[in-house]
Design a protein around this ligand. Structure first.
Ligand code: NAD
Ligand code: TDX
Length: 332
C-alpha cells in the first residue's frame, strides 16, 4: 500500500485517475486541488473515506506542498491550466501553475526524496503534417506552439533538470488527447455533446481537418499506474492508443450517434496557431512496460461518453452558459 498525493485530482483526468486507483489498487489517495473553474469537487463523490482525503489548496503554496509531499510515498502531478484557448486569451495563470507550481512540487520532492510522476502532453512536440508517416516518440525534439504547450514543455524540462541535478526520483509521461466522463465543457468533445443536448449546433474550428489522437481517460490512468510501478527513473514514456481522427469526423460521429443529421454543425473562427496533427507512437510503453489500452473501439467509448453527459447534466450545466459566452465573444 502506498500513499499517493494526486495534484489536480478534481480535474478531468486527475479525477478519472483517482477513481481508477481506488477501484484497482489498495493505495491511499490525497488530492491537492485549488478548485479553479476547471476543478469540480462533485467528480470525487462516493469515494471510500478511509482511503481518500481532499486538500483544497494551491500547488504554488510552498508550505502546504512541503507538508503534503512529506506525508506521501509518491506524487502524481496532474494540476495544470490545461486549455489552449484560455492560454491564448490570458497566458499568465499558465506560467504560475504549470511552471511555478511544478517547481514548487519538485523542490518538495527533492527535500523529502519522494517519488514523482509528472503528467504531460504530446503538445510539447508541436504538430505534424497530415501525411507525415512519422509519429511523436520519446526522441522527438520539443517544439511547442501555444502558451499552454510551451509552459507544459517548460515544466517537463524542469523535471528533467531536477532528476539530473538533484537526483529527484521522477518519471514523465506525455499523453495524447483524452476523452471520457468528467471533462469540462470547454473541451472539444464535451462541448459538442452538450451543445447537441442543448439544441446548439456544434462548432468546428476552421475546416475541421486537424487530427487528434484520442485515448480514453481510463487507459491514460492504467498507463500512469504502470509507469509508477515499473517505469525507469529519469525516463519519459509516451501514452497513446492509436486513435487518430480528424475533428470533422468526430463531430459527425457525435451528431449521428445523437440522432442528428451528420452535417448539422457550423464552421467557426479557427484557433490562432492551431496545431494541425498530433500522433503518438507508444511502442516503448507497450514493449518495455507491457501496457495495453482497453478501449480499442472509439465509437463505443464515445457512445458511453455521450450517455454519461446525458445522465449527468447537473454536473456540467453550471459551467455551460459561461463557457459558450466566452466562445461567442471570440467568434467561436
Ligand atoms: P483540467 O483542467 O480538467 O484539470 C486541472 C485541475 O488542476 C483542476 O481540478 C484544477 O482545479 C487544478 N488546478 C489548476 N491550477 C491549480 C493550482 N495552481 N493548484 C492546485 N490545483 C490546480 O485538466 P485535465 O484535462 O484533467 O489535464 C490534467 C493534466 O493532464 C494536465 O497536466 C494536462 O496538461 C495533462 N494532459 C491533458 C490531456 C487532455 O487531453 N486533457 C492530454 C495530455 C495531458
Ligand atoms: O469548439 C471547439 N471546436 C473545435 O474544432 C473546440 C473547443 C475545439 N476544436 C478543435 C481544436 C482541436 O483541434 O478540436 C480539437 C481539440 O480541441 P481541445 O479539446 O481544446 O484540445 P487540444 O487543444 O487538442 O488539447 C487537448 O489535448 C492535449 C487538451 O485540452 C490539452 O490539455 C492536452 O494537453
Amino acid at each position: 500500500m502506498s500513499r499517493l498525493l494526486v495534484t489536480g485530482g478534481a480535474g478531468f483526468i486527475g479525477s478519472n485517475f483517482v477513481h481508477h486507483v481506488l477501484d484497482h489498487t489498495d493505495h491511499h489517495v490525497t488530492v491537492l486541488d485549488a478548485l479553479t473553474y476547471a476543478g469540480n469537487r462533485a467528480s470525487l463523490e462516493g469515494l471510500p473515506e478511509d482511503r481518500f482525503a481532499f486538500e483544497h489548496g494551491d500547488i504554488t503554496d510552498a508550505e502546504l506542498v512541503d507538508r503534503l509531499v512529506g506525508e506521501a510515498d509518491a506524487v502524481v502531478h496532474y494540476a495544470a491550466e490545461s486549455h489552449n484557448d484560455n492560454s491564448l486569451d490570458n497566458p499568465r495563470p499558465f506560467l504560475d501553475t504549470n511552471i511555478i507550481g511544478t517547481y514548487t512540487l519538485l523542490e518538495a520532492a527533492r527535500k523529502h526524496e519522494t517519488r514523482f510522476h509528472h503528467i504531460s502532453t504530446d503538445e510539447v512536440y508541436g504538430d505534424l503534417e497530415l501525411d507525415d508517416p512519422e509519429r511523436f516518440s520519446e526522441s522527438t525534439p520539443y517544439n511547442p506552439s501555444s502558451p499552454y504547450s510551451s509552459t507544459k514543455a517548460g515544466s517537463d524540462l524542469l523535471v528533467r533538470a531536477w532528476v539530473r541535478s538533484f537526483g529527484v526520483q521522477a518519471t514523465i509521461s506525455n499523453c495524447s488527447n483524452n476523452y471520457g466522463p468528467f471533462q469540462h465543457v470547454e473541451k472539444f468533445i464535451p462541448r459538442q455533446i452538450t451543445n447537441v443536448i442543448r439544441g446548439i449546433r456544434p462548432k468546428l474550428y476552421g475546416a475541421g481537418e486537424n487530427v487528434r489522437d484520442w485515448i480514453h481517460a481510463d487507459d491514460h490512468s492504467s498507463a500512469v499506474l504502470t509507469i509508477l510501478d515499473r517505469g525507469q527513473i529519469g525516463e519519459t514514456y509516451l501514452i497513446g492508443a492509436d486513435g487518430e481522427k480528424n475533428n470533422k469526423d468526430v463531430v459527425e460521429q457525435i451528431l449521428t450517434t445523437m440522432g442528428q443529421p451528420a452535417d448539422a454543425y457550423d464552421h467557426v473562427t479557427d484557433r490562432a496557431g492551431h496545431d494541425l496533427r498530433y500522433a503518438i507512437d507508444s511502442t516503448r510503453l507497450r514493449t518495455e512496460l507491457g501496457w495495453q489500452p482497453q478501449y480499442q473501439d472509439f465509437e463505443a467509448g464515445l457512445g458511453a461518453t455521450i450517455d454519461w453527459y446525458r445522465e449527468n447534466e447537473a454536473w456540467w450545466a453550471p459551467a455551460k452558459d459561461a463557457t459558450e459566452a466566452f466562445y461567442a465573444s471570440k467568434g467561436q
